[in-house]
Design a protein. Structure first.
Length: 290
């Protein structure tokens, strides 16, 4: 750490001692670092993920589909720890970008990989013809908000979240830059939700399922330490109404704890292989069972 101004070198080189929470696994190259075959369960869908906001999108979607009466949406959710497991050969085969979540659709004659959370949500919505409007205008609105999330959340997570909560030093310029953008995004949502129950209009869709784990989590005060106070999230009244409404959905309550490994043990279901796991295999129950 130094107070001297930083002058970028002519050619950047990788410095493994760059600090930060994820410094030990960050690297400037892709591809596998070790051999590891992924497990395969009994259900049509095999999800390899972790209970981050991006992971929650997909587990919430699966739980919503099952609650809506789509038994073909049964899934196994395998935990991928973001400590290097994402660079195993099996995972890289499913997602060459080495990011969770990654999905194998085995309901087909030939298994199909799908990676990137937005692509997975769209794949499932189209496959089951649910949580995506069929009318052209409503569908366009839904997809616009879905892709808004994909383009906007990196400013919240990799931008604000990193510099406010994870960076090895507090950099005023970086925090101010991304705090301003995060608040602008919250205002975008708040204005949209002022006159609409959900992001695509009157219907709950994959747009809400994509946006809620990030911006609803922020509104609930569950992301990045005391960031909710710092960003005054309570002032976004329409976002708060929408957040609470979605948080109350039983499928959301289930989906948000799948592959979760931190917080209250009762809110951690490290892996999900059967609907009964929510009643019998959360961490608090496993500890009691010894």
């Amino acid at each position: 750490m130094t107070d001297a101004p930083y002058t970028p070198p002519k050619v950047w080189t990788f410095d493994k001692e760059n600090g930060g929470r994820f410094a030990s696994v960050n690297r400037p190259t892709a591809g596998a670092t070790h051999e590891k075959v992924l497990p395969v369960g009994k259900h049509p869908f095999q999800l390899y993920s972790r209970g981050t906001p991006n992971g929650q999108k997909v587990t919430i979607m699966f739980e919503e589909l099952l609650a809506r009466g789509h038994p073909g949406a049964e899934y196994d959710a395998w935990l991928i720890q973001i400590d290097g497991e994402q660079f195993g050969s099996g995972f890289v085969e499913v997602n060459p970008n080495s990011k969770i979540p990654a999905l194998i659709d085995r309901s087909r004659p030939e298994p199909l990989r799908v990676f990137e959370s937005g692509a997975i949500l769209l794949h499932l919505a189209e496959k089951f013809r649910d949580f995506i409007p069929r009318a052209t205008a409503a569908r366009a609105e839904c997809l616009s908000w879905l892709f808004w999330q994909m383009g906007s959340a990196p400013y919240l997570g990799g931008g604000f979240g990193h510099f406010y909560n994870y960076a090895p030093e507090k950099i005023e310029y970086a925090i101010n830059r991304f705090a301003m953008e995060t608040k602008r995004q919250m205002d975008v949502l708040d204005r949209r939700l002022k006159d609409n129950e959900y992001l695509a209009g009157a219907e709950y869709t994959i747009a809400d399922i994509a946006v809620w784990p990030w911006y609803g989590g922020l509104a609930e005060g569950k992301l990045y330490g005391d960031s909710a106070t710092f960003l005054d999230v309570q002032s976004y009244k329409n976002v708060q109404r929408w957040t609470a409404q979605i948080a109350a959905r039983p499928a959301v309550k289930r989906g948000r704890i799948v592959n979760r490994t931190s917080g209250d043990p009762a809110s951690q279901l490290h892996e999900r292989h059967d609907a009964s796991d929510f009643a019998t295999r959360t961490q608090d129950k496993l500890v009691k069972q010894g």
